[in-house]
Design a protein around this ligand. Structure first.
Ligand SMILES: [Fe+2]
Length: 158
């Protein structure tokens, strides 16, 4: 028997799914802006990580009869923050990720705390995507040449 779910859980799940789709367009947009090949490659990987997290949530949306806005509409919203982020410059932007992204982790944990047991495995894929992005940014900030490793490992499901 399934546990009852709250409206707050369903609204948050849908919102976070939509934010990953927005994030996908945001990172692809940044990938198109940063001048160096490695920077573009890293932004593309972050876009793919966003997509991977969103895809993990799709079965939960279906299960709970949640309907997200179309990708095209979410992508337009996601593109709004590109210029502001790009203006930080590469180093400044990496610092921003290091500073900012850990703040999302408690929000994902809060979603897990609201979730029925059977949704937890998928939600962990969501939480883990943020962990991978933070690990990447920390390594990148430290000048580690293998900074993309956490992103690759996440995408490979390892
Ligand atoms: Fe994300």
């Amino acid at each position: 028997m399934s546990e009852p779910v709250t409206k707050k859980y369903l609204e948050t799940l849908l919102l976070y799914f939509e934010e990953e789709i927005m994030g996908e367009a945001y990172f692809y947009g940044l990938a198109a802006k940063f001048p160096e090949e490695h920077q573009r490659q890293k932004m593309v990987l972050l876009a793919k990580v966003e997509r991977h997290a969103a895809e993990a949530l799709k079965p939960l949306l279906k299960k709970h009869n949640l309907k997200a806005r179309p990708d095209s509409q979410l992508h337009e919203l996601g593109k709004m923050d590109i210029d502001k982020s790009f203006q930080m410059g590469w180093g400044g932007y990496v610092d921003y990720i290091v500073e900012r992204f850990p703040k999302y982790i408690p929000e994902f944990h809060a979603l897990e705390a609201m979730a029925p047991q059977e949704d937890l495995a998928k939600l962990k894929v969501l939480t883990d995507h943020e962990v991978a992005a933070i690990q990447f940014a920390n390594l990148e900030q430290a000048g580690n040449p293998d900074s993309i490793q956490p992103l690759l490992a996440y995408l490979a499901g390892t």
